[in-house]
Ligand binder design. Sequence first.
Ligand code: ZN
Ligand code: ZN
Length: 477
Amino acid sequence: MKKFTLFLVLALALALAAIVYLWPGQEAVRACVVTGDVLNNVALAELPRNSYVKIPGGGRGIPLVKLVEASQPLSGEYSILLMGSDGLFAQLKGDELGGCYIVKKNGGWNTVATQHPVNAGIKDISKIVIADETEGLDLGVNIISQNENLLHLTPGNLFRQQLTCYPYLEGETELEEGYAISLFKQKQVLPLTAVTAEEINSVLIMGKGGEYERFNGAGYLELSSNEINYLHPESKTVVRNIAGAIINPPPLSIMDTYTDSLYYINRGERVMVILIDGLSYYQFEQARDNGLIPNLAALSAAVKVNTVYKPVTNAGLAAIVTGQPPSVNGIVDRSTREPKVQTIFDLLESEHKIHVLVEGSASILKLNTETVYSADLYNDGNTDDDVFGNAMTQIEKQPDYLLVHFHGVDDAGHNYGPLAKETMEVLAKVDVYTGLLLKEWTGKVIVVADHGMHFADPEGDHGNFQLEDMFVPYIIN
Ligand SMILES: [Zn+2]
Ligand SMILES: [Zn+2]
């Protein structure tokens, strides 16, 4: 009897082991991941059993359409690259995935495509890549120069590019009285020198987390599943998940507003900052060359400066009042409002200086200063006249630092387009207001914008890493 029980237990254990071994999802398999232009990288081996369904014609597999869904593609239009470990890959349209299953076979992953030509049946797939097919510049990474949007890349599309292998030095060790060893990692990269014929003296890299880092010479874009990193071997730096690179960028940025303002205030001069929301450098140039902004044109020459990523009002305003990039001041996009670092208002308060912010109708950031809001009193759909009126009142109080935020150019840019007649008229009006403010103001004036505006057929928008959004005018007078 005892022997029989032992036998039964052993038999059950064996049967269980066999089930565990043979059941899809449990056996040891090579890695395969859904990646590219997706929110989540999905590892196939980690999927639960209920991901597998019966395939018509026999066997069990994961429907490709379910895998794609789980990865949350970043756009609505994409291709699927089924990448075999031997380098062969099949490309399918994102909306033609019916009848496609991924099955486990011989320790790897194969495709069963019941409605595609037979060569869609890629064997031993190592990656399933979602590659964005939309034309928009808002996904992935953009490489720009001061005059050109050079290249738009998404992680998914980088898998289709010809990449070079770069032996990246990971570390060196040397025994005190012995041999030395250097450790390298082969990285799949795209050298920036392949992107432009322009000689690269310096590169400004901005990360999706608001990083702002300048490098001498050219580096490499590294493909890292659903992100693109920047490698600068010379300084042994890696910037993860970048938004873009500016080749030979302007030396200054909107953050200089902070340091320049303090420089003059510390020398006993008062500073008025005129912030023209959403004014690109190219819009400014066009208006100036057409004689639309005589007051601004009469000031010291405007220089082209960088804004920060993401080029939206919260991040731009925070960079202007903190002198720090979004990664440091904590305001990366529209979702955050409270700077993590000291602002110019905090600093001036501690020095018992008078500081005032004249805003439009709404609060943008949580700032410790006297804020004068400007409701649209005359209901003309524009607060600039109200901002101007309030600024005139504040000038009489002779503040040490006065920040005046005009919103009309941004509103018109969104509604009519960056170079539309209507937008230029609003800018011309801001120019008139600036002229009148300067008649009353004794001290320095800095004119700056928080971000630019690009043509988004048929109107305008901003928030992309492209030259229209990233470069703005900067004047100190
Ligand atoms: Zn803005
Ligand atoms: Zn805007």
